[in-house]
Ligand binder design. Structure first.
Ligand code: FCB
Length: 441
């Protein structure tokens, strides 16, 4: 397979998140988050692991930044653990927590790697959950205050600030499917949570904009196009509903000022309660849209369902490998939303059952194939006119994959959780070579 050629100034990075790599959950004044609580609840994490150590990135960030520099990365996307910098999510700031992120930013800067910050990657301070969490409208204001404090300290030092990562997961995996923290199973609750997440996004952007920060402001959404299994009216309706429930549920409020009609109708009484002026706040102008792409949605109303074709197989998560879905998605949103800001692909990657081989290497040829194909699909979308400025591979390191715990490996760098030894997988070597070729043009 030949590699596509991207513009010289295209941004190449990797992404991580606080709870998935930092460890050190109980040091330097960090407050507990809902994920600490969730991990401590028996049966929630498939292998019984938790976030207390993981990659110990909190203590090893210098080594990890050195790895990034070795790969020739332009940029690094990470998240701030809210409860590390404000243990309760309201009230006092924790200087030791801020010092960690300041040191990380210093280190990145020293190596010429641009920091891209996410404010919320699912680790809500437990004290806020105790007051109702995202279902409580008050949390929106606490989030905006937290955003303002990060903006005041780092807003002119980081390349971008994303408010939320994948609010669909926060709302629905956390409050409807019960698979993620806080673990509820109530659709009306999940809808209200999602509305408050959107509102908090808008209020945070408004606040940061008012501060005049130089960082680009945006949000990161997990998205997929939805394909109908057949041409039947029922499958097509299902595909439209799936698109509206997942991608449109966040895109329409932000870029069109309302919820998508079919999804709203189907939710009926469980639809979110919206107050006057909410959509005005939600629809703040953005500098970028972060898109996370892992798989398409496949919609069949048959019993039993017609399975996804899976011509390229599945990842270790069981997700269909479907690179063309990335092109389809990007072309679709570019068509459906006329005022779209430039796009960053803020996550894309795969879990693979990687292990250290007898020669000391990790030969993850499946991941190299996955990346090559998805980058090809990305270039196809650019050639079709979509304005895409960067790509962040998920993930730099093997890490804590939420309810799958440590059992799924997404890194281009292998982590031995016993010794904390980092080993570059073949995909990391490939990515380094790929980036260096792109720089040569
Ligand atoms: C995304 C999350 C990220 C990681 C990948 C595999 O949904 O944003 O934290 O778990 O999936």
């Amino acid at each position: 397979m030949t590699n596509p050629t991207f513009p010289r100034d295209f941004i190449w990075g990797t992404a991580t998140s606080s709870f998935q790599i930092e460890g050190a959950t109980d040091v330097d004044g960090r407050g507990p988050s809902i994920w600490d609580t969730f991990c401590a609840t028996p049966g929630k994490i498939s292998d019984g692991s938790d976030g207390s150590v993981v990659c110990d990135h909190y203590h090893r960030y210098k080594e990890d930044v050195a790895l990034m520099a070795g790969l020739g990365l332009d940029a690094y996307r990470f998240s701030i653990a809210w409860s590390r910098v404000q243990p309760k999510g309201f009230g006092d700031w924790n200087e030791a927590g801020f010092a960690f992120y300041e040191n990380l930013i210093n280190e990145l800067e020293a190596k010429g790697i641009k920091p891209h910050v996410t404010l919320y990657h699912w680790d809500l301070p437990q004290a806020l959950q105790d007051r109702g969490g995202w279902a409580n409208r008050e949390t929106v204001h606490h989030f905006a205050a937290y955003a303002a404090e990060v903006g005041r300290r780092f807003g002119n030092r980081v390349a971008s600030i994303a408010t939320h990562n994948e609010p669909w997961c926060t709302a629905y995996l956390g409050n409807f499917h019960g698979r993620f923290a806080p673990g509820f199973t109530d659709v009306a609750l999940a809808n209200q949570v999602s509305h408050h997440l959107l509102l908090s996004h808008g209020l945070a952007v408004k606040t940061l904009r008012g501060q005049g920060v130089t960082a680009q402001l945006g949000i990161v959404l997990n998205q997929s196009d939805a394909d109908a299994a057949t041409d039947s009216a029922a499958d097509k309706r299902q595909a439209q509903l799936e698109y509206e429930n997942f991608t449109g549920w966040f895109m329409d409020p932000i870029f069109k000022g309302h919820y998508p009609p079919l999804a709203l109708e189907v939710y009926g009484d469980a639809a979110p309660k919206v107050q006057d002026g909410d959509f005005e706040i939600i629809g703040q102008k953005l500098d970028f849209l972060g898109v996370n792409y892992y798989f398409r949605a496949w919609c069949s109303t048959d019993t039993p369902k017609i399975p996804e074709p899976c011509e390229l197989g599945r990842t270790d998560m069981g997700w269909e490998i479907y690179p063309k879905g990335l092109t389809d998605l990007l072309v679709r949103i570019n068509r459906e939303y006329t005022d779209l800001p430039p796009i960053l692909i803020t996550e894309n990657g795969m879990a693979n059952p990687d292990r250290i081989d007898s020669d000391g290497g990790v030969h993850d040829k499946e991941r190299i194939d996955f990346l090559q194909r998805h980058l090809g699909a990305l270039k196809d979308a650019m050639d079709a006119g979509v304005d895409i400025r960067g790509y962040f591979e998920w993930s730099l390191l093997d890490n804590f994959e939420w309810d799958s715990g440590l059992s799924k490996r997404f890194g281009i760098v292998h982590v031995d959780y016993q010794t904390q030894k980092r080993t570059l997988k073949d995909s990391a070597h490939w990515y380094r070579e790929f980036i260096s070729q792109q720089k040569k043009g």
